[in-house]
Write a protein that binds this ligand. Structure first.
Ligand code: NAD
Ligand code: UDP
Length: 321
């Protein structure tokens, strides 16, 4: 029997590379696409020699061509870290709009089912807590984070329009903060930032008073959720995340106690529009997909720490920002 074919965009990034692993392990033919703007080819280097894996170095905001049949498209291409998308705001808006349009056109042409990586950021600085999928959000369109939030909101709207107007089979995953191996140590997100600082013996930089909260989901749980959503027949948005909420200050202390470092916590200015609270209501995912996260933050943190500890020293100390 011919293997099913899946196109994964953003394949050399953190989430995309783990999805490549999952679909390769399930004997799919994986067509990976990435322009490497924030990703790293090393994340999928182990897959490159395999016969069922092909890599296309392509910017998906340009016309996307894939020969042959396609069963699924997983659209994960987009800068995701605030540090990244503030540096490349126009590319961020283009990948969510033009890039998504190209892929929806491809899905329509190939009769493929397409899942988009949306985000908790579409809720902005939420006035509802925890956030359910029915909440419309509190986003400043012209604030610094607007380039990401509005790109993702437009992505959802376009996807729903292709579903309703053209009958394309679509799935919308609203992903909350996810962490794990292959995050870039210097991508600016709090998880790799604190771990990197702890391992280098530097002070941990808590932005603001650290009372803002996040809820962190381990990568393996997220990949399971994405897989279940893709295989479901549900086309409304679904929150995927771990509802275990923690303040950033407590998280910094957790990292310090695990790494047994003598480092201090220092405070830096809170970035503009930084959401004060974030926690997913995952009742919908539980009910419709039978999914909930299984990996505790302690276990996930230890696994992630092991990964960063295994990196060669020059990577640990390499800095881009
Ligand atoms: P990442 O930066 O590690 O990966 C994104 C990948 O997309 C990179 O490899 C990058 O090179 C690629 N890319 C960006 N623009 C592209 C373009 N125009 N053409 C082709 N490739 C392009 O980020 P990530 O954490 O893996 O996030 C992946 C997706 O999941 C993003 O869409 C992000 O918005 C979404 N998401 C992630 C999280 C999270 O916590 N990691 C949370 C919510 C949503
Ligand atoms: N943060 C921090 N120190 C850092 C990096 C981030 O205190 O070195 C804070 C940031 O202000 C935010 C939270 O950690 O409140 C999560 O930030 P991240 O960039 O990981 O993602 P966000 O959830 O804001 O998109």
């Amino acid at each position: 029997m011919k293997p099913k074919r899946v196109l994964i965009t953003g394949a050399a990034g953190f989430l995309g590379s783990h999805l490549c692993d999952r679909f390769m392990a399930e004997d799919y033919e994986v067509i990976a696409m990435d322009n490497l703007i924030t990703g790293n080819i090393e994340n999928i280097e182990h897959l490159l020699p395999l016969p069922n894996f092909t890599f296309h170095h392509q910017d998906i905001t340009n016309y996307v061509h894939v020969s042959g049949d396609l069963d699924y498209i997983l659209h994960f291409a987009s800068p995701a870290s605030p540090v990244d998308y503030l540096k490349i705001p126009i590319q961020t808006l283009k990948v969510g709009s033009l890039g998504t349009h190209n892929l929806l056109g491809l899905a329509k042409h190939k009769n493929a089912r397409m899942l988009i990586a949306s985000t908790s950021e579409i809720y902005g600085d939420p006035l509802m807590h925890p956030q359910t999928e029915d909440y419309w959000g509190n986003v400043d369109p012209v604030g610094p984070r607007g380039v990401y939030d509005e790109s993702k909101r437009f992505q959802e709207a376009l996807t729903m329009a292709y579903h309703n107007f053209h009958g394309v089979e679509t799935r919308i995953a609203r992903i909350f903060n996810t962490y794990g191996p292959r995050m870039r140590l210097n991508d600016g997100r709090v998880f790799p930032a604190f771990i990197g600082q702890a391992l280098r013996g530097e002070n941990l930089t808590v932005f603001g008073n650290g009372k803002q909260t996040r809820s962190f989901c381990y990568i393996d749980d997220l990949v399971n959720g994405i897989h279940k959503l893709l295989m479901s027949d549900y086309s409304e948005p679904v929150n995927l995340g771990n509802p275990e909420e923690i303040t950033i200050l407590n998280f910094a202390n957790e990292v310090l106690s695990l790494t047994k470092g003598k480092n201090k916590i220092i405070h830096k200015e809170l970035p503009q529009n930084d959401p004060k609270k974030r926690k997913p209501d995952i009742s919908r995912a539980e009910k419709i997909l039978g999914w909930s996260p299984k990996v505790s933050r302690k276990e996930g943190l230890e696994k992630t720490l092991d990964y960063f500890n295994s990196l060669p020293e020059n990577k640990l100390f390499k800095r881009e920002h």
